[in-house]
Write a protein that binds this ligand. Structure first.
Ligand SMILES: Cc1cc2nc3c(=O)[nH]c(=O)nc-3n(C[C@H](O)[C@H](O)[C@H](O)COP(=O)(O)O)c2cc1C
Length: 419
């Protein structure tokens, strides 16, 4: 039987020295099915592994005898100051990990001085997150097949005074997650001997996350969903109605969202330079280069590999953020050196929340920022602008402006095939 004890930030500073440590604590605290929902990818986890491998393939050449006293990671993201080039990615159902998990994460981000993005699939309503956490809040939007529902959500975000809107465009269909079918935590959730045993082996999670929430507010519901779709999480269905997958989102939709939303607009899930250019043409202020943390297309290239060609195309005109695979400060330094305005983290923050609620999320951010500063100092960088691609040794197929495929040769090959 596994459990957890409440950990404050001081204890976490000795117990969790890296994001991997927080991952281990999260694994102990959560039923296996929930842990896998957070930690794994899709199909055979190839994109998930590829995201980490791509960061590992980049090396940093240290610079010495530089005055790096007073090094700082402060920067500006979307025109406002941020303590570091870091923001929290939107993740659905964070309250499945810790009671009011979304509020804990948002408070940790606010305390650290970085932006927090709330998911359409949040269990806590956006208005409550705004009231209790404050800080810089962005709302992530999935596009429903019924567009009027999406418009309502934009209206709600405006009334709740969210700073920026993120439209996620990389999920036109439900991804295939075989591990959830095997571990019994698929959607809709059905109690089986397997998942019941898993849950019973984590009584503290069951009490603190499920029972306390149930006694206070009833079953967990995705509170940002339009009223007619708000069903208990355990009864949600994959399909066109309950979960917001749209396979016909167009750039015209994005233009419409642009007209409806006055604040900064980011398009999330952009991996190709042509799509990045389209997003900017449609009025977006920036893009998030992301393969959803390796959770959607298992054959996807890693975002850090896609980054140079996107920066080449729209850098200077728009904000370029990156997520997927960031687990260390050196990953942040590499992305910034390759032209990203900043990075976002999904799993790293969730492991913190699952390990210890708000202090856990705070510890995750602290680890990443401390590591980033250390890497900057070793690299001779006093400020973020001192990080540039000359410090990096990139594998040959990371060339700027290319995917490592000779575009002309690829076009000729496809013509030969008649494609
Ligand atoms: C458990 C979980 C839930 C997620 N839910 C959403 C979501 O509701 N909306 C969204 O745009 N992205 C969602 N994502 C993707 C993240 O926003 C982000 O792109 C990804 O986690 C970044 O990769 P990383 O986890 O390696 O940092 C989710 C990711 C995880 C791990």
């Amino acid at each position: 039987m596994t459990g957890y004890t409440a950990l404050d930030i001081e204890r976490l500073r000795t117990k969790a020295l890296s994001i991997s440590d927080l991952r281990e604590l999260a694994k102990r605290h959560l039923p296996r099915g929930i842990f896998e929902y957070v930690a794994r990818g899709t199909d055979e986890d190839r994109a998930l592994d590829g995201n980490a491998r791509a960061f590992d393939e980049i090396e940093i050449c240290p610079r010495v005898v530089q005055d790096v006293s007073g090094a700082t990671a402060q920067c500006s993201i979307l025109g406002k100051p941020s303590a570091a080039p870091l923001a929290i990615s939107p993740t659905g159902f964070a309250s499945l990990l810790w009671l009011d998990g979304e509020i804990g994460s948002a408070k940790a981000a606010a305390a650290a001085g970085i932006p927090f993005a709330l998911s359409t699939g949040s269990i806590t309503p956006m208005e409550r997150v705004k009231e209790e956490a404050g800080g810089r809040l962005w709302l992530q939007l999935y596009v429903w097949p019924q567009r009027e529902m999406t418009r309502e959500l934009i209206d709600r975000a405006r009334k709740a005074d969210y700073e920026a809107l993120i439209v996620t465009v990389d999920t036109p269909v439900a991804p295939f997650r075989p591990y959830n079918l095997k571990n019994g935590f698929s959607i809709p959730f059905r109690l089986s001997s397997r998942n019941a045993l898993d849950i019973m082996c984590h009584p503290r999670w069951l009490f603190n996350v499920v029972f306390r929430r149930y006694l206070r507010s009833g079953p967990m519901v995705a509170e940002n969903y339009p009223q007619q779709l708000r069903v208990p999480v355990k009864a949600a269905k994959v399909g066109k109605f309950n979960l917001p997958f749209s396979d016909n989102v167009s750039w015209e939709d994005i233009r419409e969202f642009r007209r409806l939303w006055d604040g900064p607009l980011l398009i999330k899930g952009i991996m190709h330079p042509d799509d990045a250019a389209q997003a900017v043409n449609a009025g977006a202020d920036g893009v998030i280069v992301s393969n959803h943390g390796g959770r959607n297309l298992d054959a996807s290239i890693a975002p850090i590999r896609a980054l140079p060609s996107i920066v080449d195309r729209i850098g200077g005109k728009a904000t370029v953020l990156l997520d997927s695979g960031v687990t260390r400060g050196s990953d942040i330094a590499k992305a910034v050196a390759m032209g990203a305005s900043g990075v976002m983290v999904g799993k790293a923050g969730l492991f913190g929340v699952a390990a210890a609620g708000q202090p856990g999320a705070q510890r995750a951010i602290e680890i990443l920022v401390e590591e980033l500063l250390r890497v900057m100092i070793f690299s001779g960088a006093r400020e973020l602008r001192d990080l540039d691609h000359h410090l990096l040794r990139l594998p040959a197929d990371f060339r700027r402006g290319s995917y490592g495929v000779d575009a002309a040769a690829a076009a000729t090959a496809s013509q030969r095939r008649g494609g």
